[in-house]
Structure formats: C-alpha cells, structure tokens
Write a protein that binds this ligand. Structure first.
Ligand SMILES: Nc1ncnc2c1ncn2[C@@H]1O[C@H](COP(=O)(O)OP(=O)(O)OP(=O)(O)O)[C@@H](O)[C@H]1O
Length: 307
C-alpha cells in the first residue's frame, strides 16, 4: 500500500488459518492498521495498492465483509451509528445475511448482547450507543462482529480506548466469542503481553514489512529478529517503573519515504553489519518461522544480553 508513491506496507505475505489467533505487533506506524484494513478490503482514500487478499479462495472481500470477515475497530463509536438503538443495529446486521423475521432478528440481537455480558440485554438493546459505557460499547461491537458467525474477525487495537481492567474484560469476551463461533482472529496490538496470552502465531511488523512471523510461543521465547528481541527486552518488568520508550531500542522507526537501500531496522540495530546497510533482507525460514534479518543466527539467547 502506498500514498503518493511512498510505500507504507511492503512485500507482506502471510496466511491466517481456520480458527487460529494471529497477533500483529509492532510500534506505531509499522503498518498494522493498514494491513488489518486491507484484509477487509477497506483501503483508505488516496492509497494505491497491489497484491491480493483471498478469503477461502475468494477475492471479493467487499461481498464477504460483515458476513465471513468482520472488524472490531479501536473506537467502538466509529462502528456504531449514533442514531439507532444498539439492538436494532445488531438485528439489521443479522438480517443483512439471513432471511429471518424482524422478531427473530431482534431476539438474536438480544441473545448476542447477553452473550458478551451486557447486563439486562433486552432493555439495553433499546438504548443508543451513547447510553453505553466504553467497555459495554466495545462488547456490543464484538457482538456485532461475531453475530453472523464469520470465518475471520479482525480486531484493530480493540482495547486502546479502555482502562486496564476493562481491557482484560474486553479481550476475554473477544476470545470467548471467537471460540464460540469458531472464527480465526487477527489481533492487532502493540502489546506483546496480549500476544503472549492470546495469539497462536505472531507477525512482527517493522516499517511496513514483516520482521518475523511464526508460532507466538517460540517467537517470544527465542526471538530471531533483533527487532523482536528489542521489543521484548523493552517490556516493562512487573516490579519496575512504567516505561514510555523502548530502552533497548534507541531511536525511532524510519518515516515512510526515508528508507535507504538496506534493512529498515539497521540504524537502530546493535547487530547491524555491512550487508544490513546495503541490502534489505527477505524473509527466510529459520527455526520454525520466517525471519527477515541478515544476522538472525547471531541474535543472542537469552535476550537480556541484547540490552
Ligand atoms: N490515509 C493515510 N495517508 C497517508 N499516510 C498514511 C495514511 N494512513 C496511514 N498512513 C501512514 O502509513 C503508516 C502505517 O500506518 P498504520 O496506521 O497502519 O500504522 P500502525 O502500525 O497501525 O500504527 P498505530 O499503532 O499508530 O495505529 C504510517 O506511517 C502512517 O503515517
């Protein structure tokens, strides 16, 4: 995907398997949201794209949206209409894919709200989004995204707008609903702990590309891309003070358009050597995953040595 000739997501290729949870992680600006939206065929105005997204072999994503693939966005208000009761919106979503009576659709809407833990769902179904709390709204959006039992749910930082306690609740509800309908989940987050707890596989993105892609447990236990190792080494320790920056990774990601010929991470990478500055590494299989790094074999274990 590019804007005015500047690539913001590049050379990315991955699959999402039935029923799995794929975490997409990386710093702000890595291209996570654009990738998530591309999966749904939702391309921002002004973006030029190349490449293909296939959903069980079909490239007609617009036709599948809301039916076999759905979105839980960062901001629930953007997903809900302010002028219709929440239950009516869910019922309309049901009727957009199933030929059921209004009454049946309304009953399904209430059941869906009940499943995501909205108290007194029959009454709440008649309320408007602004009458819901932030956590309730996000749960209603999860109900909306799962009510038609899609194959894939894409959640783009679904808990950003919430406080710590609500975040946990909403992630739990999302995991439960995903499991109940048997959907795969693509979970965009900048939080490696969320990946650790929820994802089967993880795609680590840096500067619009894949740095590392593989089983979440293995990647987090023994990262092979220096960028993943640096992200992990930067995680706040439970007993330490909160951190705003990534102490193990000085500097910040390059601006799109400011990329040189070499690896985009080389200027921040303690392992960078000659080829890293001249040639961008392609993802290669290593240790049960794909890693885009010339020095992948030299990433120390344990990662503490990386600090
Ligand atoms: N509509 C747009 N026009 C131009 N550039 C854009 C547009 N949307 C995103 N970008 C740029 O594309 C890059 C990737 O954006 P994206 O939102 O996918 O990042 P992200 O990894 O999701 O970050 P965040 O965690 O901050 O949401 C960023 O550098 C961003 O500035």
């Amino acid at each position: 995907m590019s804007f005015d000739g500047v690539d913001v997501v590049r050379g990315l290729s991955f699959d999402v398997r039935p029923g799995e949870v794929l975490g997409i992680v990386g710093e702000s600006g890595a291209g996570k949201s654009l990738t998530a939206r591309a999966l749904l065929g939702m391309v921002p105005r002004g973006a030029a794209t190349s490449g293909t997204v296939l959903l069980r072999g079909s490239a007609d994503l617009a036709a599948e949206r809301g039916r076999r693939i759905s979105l839980v966005p960062q901001d629930a208000l953007s997903a809900l209409s302010p002028v219709h009761p929440v239950g009516d919106q869910l019922a309309a979503a049901v009727r957009s894919v199933r030929r059921v009576s209004r009454r049946e659709a309304a009953a399904r809407a209430v059941a869906a709200l009940d499943r995501v833990g909205i108290p007194d769902a029959a009454r709440r179904a008649r309320a408007y989004p602004h009458e819901y709390s932030g956590g309730m709204r996000q749960r209603a959006v999860i109900a909306m995204a799962t009510v038609n039992e899609p194959d894939v749910v894409v959640a783009d930082e679904p808990t950003t707008a919430l406080d710590e306690e609500r975040r946990e609740q909403v992630l739990r509800v999302l995991a439960e609903q995903r499991e109940a309908v048997g959907a795969a989940l693509v979970l965009v987050t900048h939080d490696l702990d969320v990946v650790r707890r929820h994802a089967d596989r993880v795609l680590v993105m840096y500067a619009g590309r894949a740095a590392e892609l593989g089983p979440a447990g293995q990647v987090l236990a023994r990262p092979r891309a220096p960028y993943t190792a640096g992200l992990l080494a930067s995680l706040p320790r439970p007993d330490g003070p909160p951190r705003r920056r990534l102490p193990a990774l000085p500097g910040s990601p390059p601006a799109p358009g400011a990329l040189g010929a070499g690896c985009a991470f080389a200027p921040r990478c303690p392992l960078a050597a000659d080829p890293c500055r001249t040639r961008e590494p392609e993802p290669q299989p290593l240790d049960g995953r794909l890693v885009a790094c010339h020095r992948a074999a030299d990433v120390p274990d344990p990662i503490r040595e990386f600090l």
